[in-house]
Design a protein. Sequence first.
Length: 140
Amino acid sequence: MPQITIGAAAKAAGVAIDTVRYYEREGLLSRAQRSASGYRLFGKADVERLRFIRQAKALGFTLEDITELLRLQDGGGARAQVRDRARARIQDLDRKIRELTAIRDALAALERQCHGRGTVAGCPIIEGVQAVSLSSPKEP
């Protein structure tokens, strides 16, 4: 693949141009070479790295995790370290699933209490939302 512009690299990787710039600023992607006219130029390895980042994000990895995975990949890190990152992400996803299931169950219970007729006054869903205490932080 010849050197391509930021727009072509973004399109090939399935990300936005601003995302490419952000990853470059954050060090996830090496600083691009510049053409004589100042355009950023990217190669096949850059596009593959962008795709890796996009797919890792889709699997729930944070940018911090991805930075570490890329560091391990670039530095020839151990598989055990990569596996540890994956295990931590799985544990985080399991926690989020438990939280979402609890929220869904609470909402489903409120929905079952509402017969759906009449005015909003006395609606068990509205009253339940006002009374419910979830384990999320309070908004300011």
